[in-house]
Design a protein around this ligand. Sequence first.
Ligand SMILES: Cc1ncc(C[n+]2csc(CCOP(=O)(O)OP(=O)(O)O)c2C)c(N)n1
Ligand SMILES: [Mg+2]
Length: 705
Amino acid sequence: MAAEKLPQGLGPDDLVRFYRTMVTARRLDDREISLKRQNKIFFQISGAGHECIQVAVAAHLRPAYDWFYLYYRDRALSLALGITPLDQLLQAVGAADDPQTGGRQMPGHPTSVELQVTSTSSPTGTQFLQAVGTAEAGYRAALQEDLRERITNFREDEVVLVCSGDGTTSQGEFWEALNTACNLSLPVVFLIQDNQYAISVPVEVQTAGGSISKLVSGFPGLLVEECDGTDLLDSYRAAGEVVSYCRARKGPALLHAHTTRPYSHSMSDDERMYRTQAEREEQERRDPLTRGRALILEQGIATAEEMDRLEEEVEAAVAAASDEAARHPQPEPETALLHLYSESVDPTSKEFDTEDAPAYEEDGKLLTMVDLLNACMKDEMARDPRIVVFGEDVADASREPALEEVSGKGGVFKVTHGLQRAFGGVRVFNSPLAEANIIGRAIGMAVRGLKPVVEIQFFDYIWPAFMQLRDELAMMRYRSNGGYSAPVVVRVTYGGYLKGGGPYHSQTGETLFLHTPGLRVVLPSTAEDANGLLRTAIRCDDPVIFLEHKHLYRQVYNKGRNPGPDFMIPFGKAKVVREGSDLTVVTAGALVKRSLDAAKLASEQHGLEVEVVDLRTLSPLDMEAIAASVKRTNKVLIAHEDSLSWGLGSEIAARIADELFPWLDGPVRRVASLDTWVAYAPQLEETILPQTADVLKGILELAAY
Ligand SMILES: Cc1ncc(C[n+]2csc(CCOP(=O)(O)OP(=O)(O)O)c2C)c(N)n1
Ligand SMILES: [Mg+2]
């Protein structure tokens, strides 16, 4: 008997196709569970109970056209988009040939460059702001023609899908993402797959009132739909509504789909410990596979025997894929460090070294670090239309007509002043006061080809973004086996010596970023170095934490001339800023000037000739320059602003001890801040931060050794 009156032009074949994908997903889960029990794979998380809503949503979307931010339960969705059972099992066995992540990520982390499935990670909720950023890249390209061919696959009616579970909506980034998606009216479909639990925590504990769709009902322009995510027809209807709303550029949409979770949270969890028998029986009745099969039989689309045969075919195909996956070896040990950084663009190379050929204007006047950072951004924005600049207060004036009357803000330190006026509000704009929002969106833009150069207003307030910086930005290339990258430049004002900066406007703490593989960390001490290093940061293909010392922004002693639009200093190239033969001071940032002053005193008062090495880049570290100097002087002091213990100095000292021991005529000494916060009262501040006198004391003690 033929199907009768399926909604929205759904044909009988569609339902069978949906069902086949759903069964494939479930059989893959079953297969992986058995492989995990045999220790042939090392982790398993299932998509069981979520299959129906996922195939329904996928049916309205287009791989390699729309963009996808998935989560670990999206097995059926991945299948429907084109990530095959073999692809999924290769990830499970950790194969070198795993086309998604090359054995770097656990199973359940769908990734495909070809299909525009971006790199899935494990932190719950980091995907939302990135999805907004990816949609925003399209939004900005729609407003500015020269961006269209520069971002990946611009489509006038593209949609971005982002998925999560119910519990994950408790993360603040979910709300930040909704705020920006609504504010810019971005075509993002938020698919919330509500299985009522986040591990063992039920939805009413997570969500005020127990319903996420009710809770978000006040967001302007947000279409909110709710559906039974275990019912194919209701899921297909609701998915169609939200996708067409976004395609028609009416705004973002949230689809709240009620699912089940019959296999507990993961293989490490047993839901019988916290769910009643009655609740589990109810869940069983709503199983999407049972319901899907019943629908097809009811509709007379296939007979029970035909359905049995389909299920057997799926079972056999999954078994064959599993046998095939088992034949693929894990990655070679030598590949462990691949894809931490770009393999094709090397910012430590000669190509990034034009330091010896500055193009100064004749009689060029001396400019501050703020001036030369600003000049670099102006030059680079003119050269590369992909650059967008955003952050808190970085625009000249968000209310653009005001610019006829006012000079413009351009950052609380004025480093971005005039950029909006020069390049327009599509490329230079204010973010909400939310640091994760800045970094998350930047990542989403960067994965599709924009070049965000964003500002974090104060290092002290970077921490809401730390999850995005460490677990997302730094790892993007590595975890996707080189498939995706996010070469964002994060400019951060940093440091103390402000006389009254206090504990929340004086912070250093770069050690946390140095300890994050995948990031480059730069700390210039002069205006010209800042110009050349920022240019390298922008033109390279790695994420960069660019530390701008507030105290050095407008000093007279570190002013320089504009070295021109092609002036670049490569990363990992330290500079000997004073030569000497008695002792080496290795330093950076605000300690460069203090070390130079101390060296001068040591010479004048004590006849000691001290060499001072300005690192300029903290990661990568120019160990060669350190070694060359230590081999000449045989004594070394490391001077840095961050607190003494567990920091940059500890690492450099350890490396010197390890690599240069035969050349040392004394202990490796450190001068740094006390192991505390920078207090407000100037007398305390002065004691806490390392001063010239401290560096001189360190020099004299070491020289006497
Ligand atoms: C930021 C973060 N915190 C905690 C975890 C551990 N964790 C993984 S999944 C999960 C529950 C997620 O629940 P929900 O969003 O409802 O999705 P579901 O697993 O139910 O599909 C938790 C707490 C994590 N991965 N990331
Ligand atoms: Mg859940």
